[in-house]
Ligand binder design. Structure first.
Ligand code: MSP
Length: 520
């Protein structure tokens, strides 16, 4: 964890046909928490995010809005997708757009390489295409439409009718990689996660793989096929390549060998593209496959996958304007087991904000710091005698540090936070049972008072270090109030419990102020 090695992590690149909702922000936050954690563990973490701008879906939206697809993409990137990163406090190292020259040119290089090596041929295909998914669908992927689409077959994910397409296209010989893929899943059990997703992928590949249509000729919004400019590259084939073009493939070999392979965080709806098509493309090109592909669950609203097309989309700023970006990050990382679906509700968000962030963590910090100010003139005591109760807190600090790090190595973000929260809860219980306000009443209690406040301050410092990837703003304020030296983000997270503290505290405003509005 701590050898200065690279940890390259990616989010999916987002379609620019619409503005972001909290499902997209969820993916961003998860990847960002992992990147921040690894950075703080002394690794060279590199977080990539970006936008997926080609294909029929974007073209249609732009046309419907009376602008060119590039104008549309520019507008959405600048007004919606880049601002999302500020809204939920993402510290990305790069932002790739599939219309960037560095992407287009090097994606073409990749394609040409596959063509020259005999992995691509001309063929014909007829099938049902979902523009929402940008994917050909099998009959088993379709359901009967309802409402305005009654009597038609619709995509089970988007609930919109599919279109029958018949095209002469270029095909990638994906079928020839089935055995190599199965061997990859077998030899490398962590390659696809979580386990349920892995099993699904394995049984899908075991049924046999078809070749993949990788070009379109009925429209021209895409990367031109290098040997035939009457075709553009299929949008998914184009999009997946972002992970290597951004990392230097084809133009910066040193960077590419330093960064690649990556950990991909994706929603479960796009797991197959990442766990089947993408490694097959890389195997064909003789490039190492990704380190792992993790499929997270969906945010559900009213029991259904939240989506703009179904009008259940909630803009991230609706939450952050009231609760702040830290609360957004904490809530979604804590309340949902990473890898499973989770229902969003305003009530649950408000309840957790109040009980866990404001009362549990925020109040603890304010009370301890206020007592050091009141009873010790702000000077952090330096006691030498400790009781078993103090040692127990110390042991919890170490346990939380180790357990959280171990959970993060499994991408179990919710478990890491739960492990850290044991320290929050124990510290609260400790303050209640030690009653520093009672110890402060007479001189005889002074030695104990100092040991208790010192122990509590240490515990808070450990919490600041451990929670920094999840709630970066609140912990930075806490760190400053505790007199921590240097930048909090430079303090090693795998040694959080060894923090020995500053000399003085300074007053701390409420980390999670009471929210008076009623939401919902
Ligand atoms: N452009 C493709 C990805 C290409 S990656 C090479 C795409 N874009 S998307 O904008 O539709 O979705 C991006 C991500 O957002 C996906 O991982 C998707 O699962 C996620 N989410 C979209 N709606 C979501 C929820 N309701 N809940 C959780 N994540 C959701 O797919």
């Amino acid at each position: 964890m701590s050898d200065g090695s690279s940890f390259y992590i990616t989010t999916p690149i987002f379609y620019v046909n619409d503005v972001p909702h909290i499902g997209h922000a969820y993916t961003e936050v998860a990847a960002d928490v992992l990147a921040r954690w690894h950075r703080q563990a002394g690794e060279k973490a590199w977080l990539l995010t970006g936008t997926d701008e080609h294909g029929q879906k974007i073209l249609r939206t732009a046309t419907a809005n009376g602008v060119t697809p590039k104008e549309w993409a520019d507008r959405l990137v600048e007004t919606a997708w880049k601002p999302l990163l500020q809204t939920v406090d993402i510290k990305n190292d790069d932002f790739i757009r599939t219309t960037d020259e560095r992407h287009e040119v090097n994606a073409q290089k990749f394609l040409q390489h596959l063509y020259d090596a005999g992995h691509i041929y001309t063929g014909e295909y007829e099938g049902y295409y979902c523009v929402g998914c940008e994917e050909y669908k099998q009959p088993s992927d379709l359901i009967d439409g309802t409402g305005e689409f009654a009597g038609q077959q619709v995509c089970a994910i988007h609930s919109i009718p599919v279109e029958l397409l018949h095209e002469k296209n270029y095909f990638f010989r994906m079928s020839t990689f089935a055995d190599q893929l199965l061997a990859l899943y077998e030899d490398n059990p962590d390659f696809v996660q979580p386990a349920a997703a892995r099993n699904e992928v394995i049984s899908f590949v075991k049924q046999g793989l078809s070749d993949l249509s990788i070009s379109r000729s009925s429209f021209d919004w895409g990367i031109k096929v290098p040997w035939d400019d009457s075709h553009v590259v299929y949008v998914w084939f184009d999009a997946l390549l972002n992970y290597i073009t951004a990392a230097g493939y084809g133009h910066d070999d040193e960077k590419f060998s330093r960064l690649w392979p990556a950990t991909h965080i994706v929603g479960k709806d796009i797991l197959r593209f990442h766990a089947v098509i993408w490694p097959a493309m890389l195997l064909a090109a003789g490039i190492e496959v990704p380190r792992r592909v993790f499929g997270h669950g969906w945010l559900l609203v009213g029991g259904e996958k939240m989506s703009k097309s179904k009008l259940t989309g909630i803009a991230p700023s609706q939450i952050t304007d009231t609760f702040g970006s830290d609360a957004f990050r904490y809530y979604f990382m804590r309340a949902i087991s990473f890898g499973q679906d989770g229902s969003f509700s305003w009530e649950d968000l408000s309840a957790r904000y109040q009980s866990e962030l404001a009362n549990g963590f925020g109040n603890l910090a304010s009370r301890v710091i206020a007592m050091v100010v009141r009873y010790c003139d702000g000077e952090i005591p330096t006691p030498t005698v400790f009781t078993e109760d103090d040692e127990l807190i110390r042991a919890t600090e170490k346990r939380a540090t180790d357990a959280a790090g171990e959970a993060i190595s499994r991408l179990a973000i919710h478990e890491a936070i739960a492990a850290i929260w044991e320290l929050v809860d124990e510290l609260n219980g400790y303050i209640t049972s030690q009653e520093p306000w009672a110890l402060a009443k007479d001189h005889a209690g002074r030695t104990r008072l100092e040991a208790v406040l010192y122990t509590a301050v240490r515990g808070l410092g450990t919490l600041a270090v451990l929670l920094s990837p999840v709630v970066p703003q609140a912990t930075a304020k806490l760190w400053q109030a505790l007199g921590g030296s240097g930048e909090l983000t430079d303090v090693r997270i795998d040694q959080a419990w060894q923090w020995t503290g500053g000399t003085h505290v300074s007053p701390l405003e409420a980390l999670f102020p009471r929210i008076e509005v009623t939401v919902g």
